[in-house]
Write a protein that binds this ligand. Structure first.
Ligand SMILES: [Cu+2]
Length: 238
């Protein structure tokens, strides 16, 4: 096999890891998703560090203190104040740090912008979605088998008002790294700023009955001028 064979084997072994990581997250398409992706990366690095330290210490102990033919026990000790302080303090600081980073991202993403430029009412019902552009009254209603496509401008904040006509549904767009419930009687909001043009798949993410799987939709993010033209064309067609 030789040196190159070994390298190649190691590279091939990394392919499943890369595939799993790629499948977990799509490239983030909103300002808010960028923050969430940054948070994921912080957690990944922290988890990688913990894994390296734990696996390293276990491995070192296994090799260093392996049985060497005599049956005598190693030196028995109890209480090492310094070690105990370290393994109490490090995880505590790590958890506090991750908590603070999560709170900062959640607060930033949940902050309501004063006077958002575009409001869209998202109405979940068994079994599709109805989107209403609040200010222009343009309405898109999906039916099972014929999902609606919501057109939105990039670069401006969109305020989604999430409501439900019957049972709990969940508004989920994987590329936006966000999911929020539409609950009967509850006025839920979600604010997003899309920064990448493209078409993004969405779906209901709360099992809501027989045709739950038909509750799909898409979001097409376009430039502000394209959006204005699209909205005007929708307004002129009754
Ligand atoms: Cu649903």
């Amino acid at each position: 096999m030789g040196r190159h064979g070994g390298l190649r084997r190691r590279a091939v072994a990394l392919i499943p890891v890369a595939l799993i990581l790629a499948a977990c997250t799509q490239p983030p398409a909103t300002v808010e998703a960028d923050r969430v992706q940054g948070l994921y990366n912080v957690f990944l690095v922290a988890a990688g560090g913990v894994f390296a330290v734990v696996a390293g210490l276990i491995g070192w102990n296994i090799v260093r203190y392996r049985a060497r033919g005599d049956d005598s026990l190693p030196v028995q000790t109890n209480t090492n104040l310094l070690l105990e302080l370290i393994w109490w303090a490090l995880p505590t600081l790590l958890v506090i740090g991750l908590f603070v980073a999560s709170a900062v991202v959640l607060n930033a993403n949940d902050a309501r912008h004063p006077g958002p430029p575009l409001r869209v009412k998202v109405e979940g019902f068994q079994w599709q979605w109805r989107f209403t552009y609040t200010d222009s009254k343009v309405q898109l209603t999906g039916i099972p088998g014929s999902p609606p496509q919501l057109v939105l401008p990039i670069g401006s904040t969109v305020d989604f008002e999430l409501v439900s006509d019957d049972v709990i549904h969940a508004f989920f767009i994987p590329a936006f790294l966000v999911k929020r419930d539409a609950i009967p009687g509850v006025d839920n909001h979600l604010e997003l700023t899309i920064d990448q043009p493209g078409t993004y798949a969405g779906q209901c993410a709360e099992f809501c009955g027989l045709l739950h799987d038909q509750m799909i939709f898409s979001i097409r993010a376009v430039s502000p001028s394209e959006f204005a033209a699209w909205l005007a064309s929708q307004r002129s067609t009754p």
